[in-house]
Design a protein around this ligand. Structure first.
Ligand code: ATP
Length: 366
């Protein structure tokens, strides 16, 4: 085995359902590693989030934060609790600082229709939905999220920041993703979603997009204003492949695309930087269902599959790429066969039973 096949994974279960979906995911990852073989993942757990903040007044220790920078990847459950807040009223969100500190600007949010998962559109072509929202995750309108101000109780301001280096990194990752998907039968198309007709920052976003598109002539490009894109994601989502957009637009449209393929429990996420990456479901800690074995762990499991694929590409380890495919296929088979039918969609399966079914399918298919 190559020495670099021993990879370090920093595990942050977080708060609420983060704890139980991470337990489910870890059990699956261990079973998968045992079946596929050829790689070793070493997991180190860290505490971060609202529960830790309640106990200690800090949402992650400085020491643990630094340790994340030495991991090969970060796997996060979910963070936050609406009842625990900073004095200024904002929620506990160390994951936003992790994104910024480790420059995780490329947020990949796939939305894929799995068999038997609820489809919110009646059109039979909804079965073909298979797209990725690429959300810039470190600047845009979130740039001033921690520092925007309210002036004399009369006005409030936030600034949308778009920078060339971040855009270049974002678009290069986006075109590379479209190329990887094309190699596996994807459409090979990137749509730039913006509001370039109104905002100078968005016109700049599109200008840099065009520059990078020119370097990727094998990938088809398209453009859509964000309002028209919202319309088209309801009218004809099956026609899209990879859609790249500013932070706030991606925040909103990725929830919409999650709904198209079932709900938040189906929405995985990978946040990719040049030297680091974090993988987590796109949903929050869902305190309303925490601790009741009701959470759908699919988004967490698919985020872990994204992590395996990213690690496999980055370290050129075929066994990891294989493991990613096996895991994704097991989820798909689980839905197709009805062995995965989550409570989130009115089915009988809780978090643990869903994990058990996925582990069983991995055992049967490897
Ligand atoms: P955040 O702002 O942290 O993303 P949020 O306020 O958008 O959080 P979530 O925590 O994502 O809220 O949850 C919204 C609702 O969706 C929850 O109340 C919960 O019922 C449901 N939900 C979210 N994730 C799941 C899941 N994995 N399984 C089942 N239901 C879920």
């Amino acid at each position: 085995m190559a020495p670099n096949s021993d990879l370090r994974i920093a595990v942050l279960p977080g708060d609420g359902i983060g704890l139980e979906i991470m337990d489910a995911c870890r059990a699956i990852l261990d079973a998968l590693e045992g079946r596929v073989g050829g790689y070793t993942l070493c997991y180190t757990p860290y505490r971060a989030g609202a529960a830790l903040f309640s106990e200690t007044g800090t949402d992650i220790t400085d020491e643990d934060f630094d340790a994340l920078g030495h991991a090969d990847a970060i796997l996060l459950g979910a963070i936050g609790d609406p009842t625990v807040r900073h004095p200024n009223g904002t929620e506990i969100s160390p994951h936003l600082r992790i994104r910024t500190a480790f420059k995780l600007c490329t947020g990949l949010r796939p939305a894929k229709a799995y068999p038997n998962a609820p489809r919110r559109l009646r059109d039979e072509r909804a079965a073909d939905i298979d797209l990725v929202v690429v959300r810039e995750s470190t600047e845009g309108l979130f740039h001033t999220a921690q520092i925007g101000e309210i002036i004399d109780d009369l006005e409030a301001t936030e600034i949308m920041k778009i920078t060339r280096p971040v855009c270049e990194q974002l678009f290069d990752e986006t075109f590379a993703l479209a190329r990887r998907r094309k190699a596996q039968g994807g459409k090979g198309k990137v749509t730039c979603v913006d509001k370039a007709n109104v905002f100078k920052a968005m016109a700049f976003f599109r200008k840099v997009f065009d520059e990078r598109a020119a370097r990727n002539p094998d990938i088809e490009v398209g453009y859509n204003y964000v309002d028209a894109q919202a319309l088209d994601l309801i009218r004809r989502p099956w026609e899209f492949d990879v859609l790249v957009m500013e932070n706030m637009f991606g925040d909103i449209l990725s929830d919409l695309t999650a709904a198209l393929v079932g709900g938040m429990g189906m929405a995985p996420c990978g946040e990719i930087g040049r030297d680091h990456a974090m993988f987590q479901p796109a949903h929050g800690s869902a305190p309303d269902i925490a601790g009741q074995d009701k959470a759908n762990p699919t988004a967490m499991i698919l985020s872990a599959a994204m992590m395996l694929e990213w690690l496999g590409e980055r370290h050129d380890i075929d066994a990891l790429k294989t493991a990613a495919k096996v895991l994704e296929a097991a989820v798909s088979e689980g839905f197709a066969s009805g062995r995965v039918n989550p409570k989130e969609f009115g089915g009988p399966h809780g978090t643990k039973e869903t994990a058990r079914a996925v582990i069983d399918i991995i055992g049967e298919t490897t």
